[in-house]
Design a protein around this ligand. Structure first.
Ligand SMILES: Nc1ncnc2c1ncn2[C@@H]1O[C@H](COP(=O)(O)OP(=O)(O)O)[C@@H](O)[C@H]1O
Ligand SMILES: Cc1ncc(COP(=O)(O)OP(=O)(O)O)c(N)n1
Length: 271
């Protein structure tokens, strides 16, 4: 019996390696999970921004999904950049009968401000993908887009978390606090209880791909059979280490350090 745990990412690419498919696969590897990928869009981007995008046809995304899931041990799935409604529908139709743990990162805009997803696809994401999700991982602007509410106060974020679970059917949600001031505090809600996951806020420009990396770490832990709360706990440590021990590469907003968590683990820092 094969004991290898596998995680599949369905997302767009980042040739500079900090976000998208590339960040997800690095994260899976660092967390000892076999990584697999289905590409939705090929993006020309780096730490300075996006210069071009080519979308694959929904039918070809389906063909990739069929190739990998008919053959390989997929124990959890992550979705990232899915540019339009047709793609979202094709992916949701393929994933629905598989009933695998699913982390939906509702990517909309890159940190550079470039739009990665057609705004008209939002409704399809709410209707087709969120009901299949074990967890959804919006940042504040994404939670605002999903709920249609401006999130000003802490109370607003609690309300948005409730709405994403109870109105859109995701089993849980973590509203990320990367765009707030003060401590980097993420709000988790599983339909019954709230919990916050916090770290110091590191004063760095180099946070390209933080959302992808965090969601990929959650997915890797779900693939190992961890509960969703345990998965978020590990992912928070993973992303905090990756941001704290920045690599300082590229000419703009650089990537995070995907090695940092494992290095700390080897030193016995997480017991
Ligand atoms: N400067 C920072 N210091 C520490 N943690 C951060 C920082 N920026 C973001 N994070 C954390 O990184 C994770 C991803 O959050 P966020 O940056 O909001 O996502 P996204 O990349 O989707 O905008 C969250 O756990 C958030 O709290
Ligand atoms: C292909 C691709 N997918 C997603 C993103 C955005 O990634 P995210 O982790 O939200 O990171 P930021 O760049 O916003 O920090 C991307 N750039 N490319």
């Amino acid at each position: 019996m094969c004991s290898v745990k596998g995680a599949l990412t369905i997302a767009g690419t980042d040739p500079s390696g900090g976000a998208g498919i590339q960040a997800d696969l690095k994260t899976f590897q660092e967390l000892d999970v076999y990584g697999m990928s289905v590409i939705t869009s090929v993006v020309a981007q780096n730490t300075l921004g996006v210069t071009g995008v080519r979308h694959l046809e929904a039918s070809f995304i389906k063909e990739q999904l069929q190739s990998v899931t008919s053959d390989m041990p997929v124990h959890a799935v992550k979705t990232g950049m899915i540019a339009n409604a047709e793609m979202i529908k094709a992916i949701a139709d393929h994933l629905r009968p598989l009933s695998l743990p699913l982390c939906v990162d509702p990517v909309m805009i890159a940190q550079s401000g470039d739009a990665l997803v057609d705004r008209k696809a939002l409704q399809t994401m709410r209707d087709e993908l969120l009901p299949l999700a074990t967890i959804v991982t919006p940042n504040i602007p994404e939670a605002e887009a999903l709920t249609g509410q401006h999130l000003e106060s802490e109370e607003d974020r609690y309300k948005a978390a409730k709405s994403i679970v109870h109105d859109f059917g995701s089993s849980s949600v973590v509203v990320k606090g990367g765009h707030l001031d003060g401590e980097a505090t993420d709000l988790f809600y599983d339909g019954e209880t709230f919990e916050t996951f916090s770290s110091p806020r590191f004063d760095t420009l180099h946070t390209h791909g933080t959302g992808c990396t965090y969601a990929a770490a959650i997915t890797a832990e779900l693939a190992k059979g961890k509960s969703v709360k345990e998965a978020v706990n590990v992912a928070k440590k993973f992303i905090s280490a990756a941001i704290e021990h920045t690599l300082e590469i590229g000419h703009g907003q650089g990537p995070t350090n995907h090695w940092a968590y494992k290095k700390k683990q080897r030193k016995g820092e997480y017991v």
